[in-house]
Design a protein around this ligand. Structure first.
Ligand code: RRO
Length: 304
């Protein structure tokens, strides 16, 4: 274990800043042991709702030259069934953060309460899925609605509440301020960027849902800008997410103001060992630059 990488977010102790992002491998406990062995310091589950959802019909993912566009459509078994997976995930020695979505503040809260009862160490509210109607970004782009959801969930659960924000908005910092005022304990920035791909042979949109969310290297500069803007306006911790593929990307987010980062799409391209590579790389960077702790470099780009 390396103390220079230890940190705390909203009271959660993390061995390093590299967490597993929601949406990738977080629907069942089985593959997560290897993710944690590779170095992931926390698990964010796939977004879970009150009721089961099948999700969209195929094709739900398309690979582009700079990342993936997905429109999974929130497939999940519903919180009552998912509870047994949370129990299994609790055997891992890292915080389990359950991502929650809903169609109303009450639905978000009911699902969060059940997740916490099952053992969730924190909740991440998905206010940012870019392509499912009446939830995600459709409600999360509105600061008043976002605040209402955060307030309701904060009233009903005692664990920390993270809020994952959408970049598909004119002013992400305004959203961050609204959710901070409503009681959010941390902000995750960003979810995927609304996008599409068209097959030139058939002249048809490739995804069955037409639109989806772009993830991967293409969105990294957008995400870094969002983290930088949010850091200027709020005091709660920020968790950077979007296109992080190597340790340099992770350090860039931390310098922009992120206390930790989440990694998702890179697993598809580089495998599970991407966590080891990123964690080792951050450690070597700190040594080379003679910093004692990763905490020292959070937001450092704002001083320059
Ligand atoms: O399930 C999805 O289609 C999905 C979700 Br919930 C999300 O938050 N972001 C995304 O790109 N896809």
């Amino acid at each position: 274990m390396n103390k220079s990488l230890n940190l705390e977010i909203a009271g959660l102790k993390l061995q390093n800043p590299a967490m597993l992002a929601s949406g990738v491998l977080g629907l069942s406990a089985a593959p997560l042991e290897r993710i944690v062995e590779s170095g992931a310091s926390a698990i964010i589950t796939k977004s879970i709702g009150l009721n089961p959802r099948i999700g969209n019909t195929n094709p739900t993912v398309v690979q582009t030259e700079c990342g993936l566009i997905n429109a999974m459509g929130l497939p999940n078994p519903g919180i009552d069934v998912f509870i047994s997976e949370i129990y299994e995930m609790k055997k891992l020695e890292v915080p389990i953060i359950v991502s929650v979505y809903g169609f109303s503040p009450t639905e978000f809260a009911e699902t969060a309460v059940k997740a916490v009862k099952a053992g969730a160490d924190a909740i991440e509210l998905n206010l940012s899925c870019p392509h499912v109607e009446k939830t995600g970004a459709e409600i999360g782009y509105n600061p008043k609605l976002a605040a209402k959801i955060v307030q309701k969930v904060k009233e009903d659960v005692e664990t920390p509440v993270f809020v994952k924000l959408t970049p598909n908005t004119a002013d992400i910092a305004e959203l961050a301020v609204a959710v901070e005022k409503a009681g959010a304990d941390a902000i995750t920035a960003i979810n995927t960027v609304r996008a599409m791909a068209i097959d030139v042979e058939t002249a048809k949109p490739i995804l069955s849902n037409r639109f989806g969310g772009l993830s991967g290297p293409a969105i990294k500069p957008i995400a870094v800008r969002c983290v930088y803007e949010i850091y200027q306006k709020v005091r709660i911790p920020i968790i950077g997410c979007g296109g992080i593929t190597n340790w340099r990307d992770a350090v860039e987010f931390i310098l922009a103001g992120a206390s930790a980062v989440q990694i998702g799409t890179a697993i598809a391209f580089k495998g599970i060992q991407v966590f080891t590579q990123i964690v080792e790389g951050i450690k070597e960077y700190l040594e080379k630059k003679r910093f004692r702790s990763v905490i020292q470099i959070v937001g450092m780009a704002h001083k320059n």
